[in-house]
Design a protein around this ligand. Structure first.
Ligand SMILES: [Zn+2]
Length: 348
């Protein structure tokens, strides 16, 4: 069968293997036929050799962690043949740490977790894969064209879950949310904000392309000015750029009892002048919280599946700006400026 693989740590070693072995039974009882994988910045970093770890004893890693497939066989009866399914990316560490011990592998404390297509587990960019029932998330049939958005949606479902848990420290009725960055994570964070009935603002540098219209189609407001020039103080900020200036401006801009959730990973190595004392004063005097959020556990995957099923399906379709057939697979991994989400299609 076909599999998209890389040699870990070797830049530009991306290959389509035509006779990759069938998934091993140990990978899980549920056998799945791949429909598509979504591609994100992590895939690009793995291809560039900055990231990625093959399973023990192997030298190539199957990439792909944003999965969508159809069940071919499930002897456990968890799912039915033909059901849409996505695989949870992260598996708990073997020790396990206190978080992994209660299936909160997104909060793993020792870093020994594994991740499909990223760290020690084969990815989903292959014709067939297997998954254990615990890591198999069934999807509403209506999501067949867009179900590969479940993984990035799980990340924002976790962010919102933790925002609300932090908000529950006190009487808290948020009204306004600012999302910085209108990539897939930012747009999906905005979608989940509108589903919560919040007044949603999205800020991005793009003045053209699909982003402004996608934001307005949610009933949200689109901004291209710097964060510090906005004329309101949001109750919640979901930061999705990782750009140092945007991150710091967001922490300063959030209103009293505000919550800032950081989801963007900065590359580091860039320094900017910043008044740390003023930030401290504002966080203390306004009871503000700034926290980081990454990955998702099974609860968040289920919340994400529910959120996608309730969303306007035509809007979700517009997030996918290119669908690349397997015959052109390298094109899927070449980023263009206007892309929001690129998908590699296993059915064509
Ligand atoms: Zn752990």
């Amino acid at each position: 069968m076909r599999a998209v693989t890389i040699s870990c740590g070797v830049p530009d070693s991306l290959l389509l293997n035509e006779d990759w072995p069938e998934p091993a039974p140990e990978e899980g009882a549920i056998l799945v036929e791949a429909l598509a994988v979504g591609i994100c910045g992590t895939d690009q970093e793995i291809i560039q050799g900055h990231y990625g770890e093959a399973p023990p004893g192997q030298d190539r890693l199957v990439i792909g962690h944003e999965s969508l497939g159809r069940v071919l066989d499930d002897p456990t009866g968890t799912l039915q043949v033909g059901d849409l399914v996505a695989g949870v990316v992260r598996h708990p560490d073997p020790l396990p740490c206190p978080s992994c011990a209660v299936d909160e592998w997104d909060m793993c404390r020792n870093g020994r977790y594994t991740e499909h297509g990223i760290k020690g587990l084969p990815g989903f960019a292959r014709d067939r894969w297997r998954v254990q029932p615990k890591f198999a998330v069934g999807l509403d049939p209506v999501l067949a064209p867009v179900g590969m958005l479940l993984e990035p949606t799980s990340v924002v479902a976790k962010a919102w879950d933790h925002i609300e848990r932090i908000g529950a420290r006190t009487e808290w009725k948020p009204q306004t949310v600012l999302v910085t960055g209108a990539g897939p994570i930012g747009l999906l964070a905005a979608l989940l904000a509108t589903q919560r009935g919040l007044n949603v603002h999205v800020l991005d540098r793009s003045t053209t392309g699909a982003k402004p219209d996608l934001v307005r189609a949610l009933g949200a407001t689109y901004h291209t000015v710097p964060v510090n020039e906005l004329d309101f103080e949001p109750d919640v900020v979901v930061e999705c750029t990782g750009a140092p200036t945007v991150v710091l401006d967001a922490m300063c801009k959030v209103g009293p009892t505000g919550i800032v959730c950081l989801t963007g990973v900065s590359s580091g190595g860039r320094t900017i002048d910043f008044d740390a004392g003023a930030l401290n004063r504002s966080l203390v005097l306004e009871n503000n919280v700034v926290f980081g959020s990454v990955n998702a556990n099974r609860r968040h995957w289920d919340q994400a599946a529910d959120a996608l099923a309730r969303a306007e399906q035509s809007w979700l379709n517009r997030l996918i700006t290119r669908r690349v057939p397997m015959s052109d697979f390298t094109m899927a991994y070449q980023h263009t400026g206007d892309d929001i989400k690129v998908v590699l299609d296993f059915t064509s």
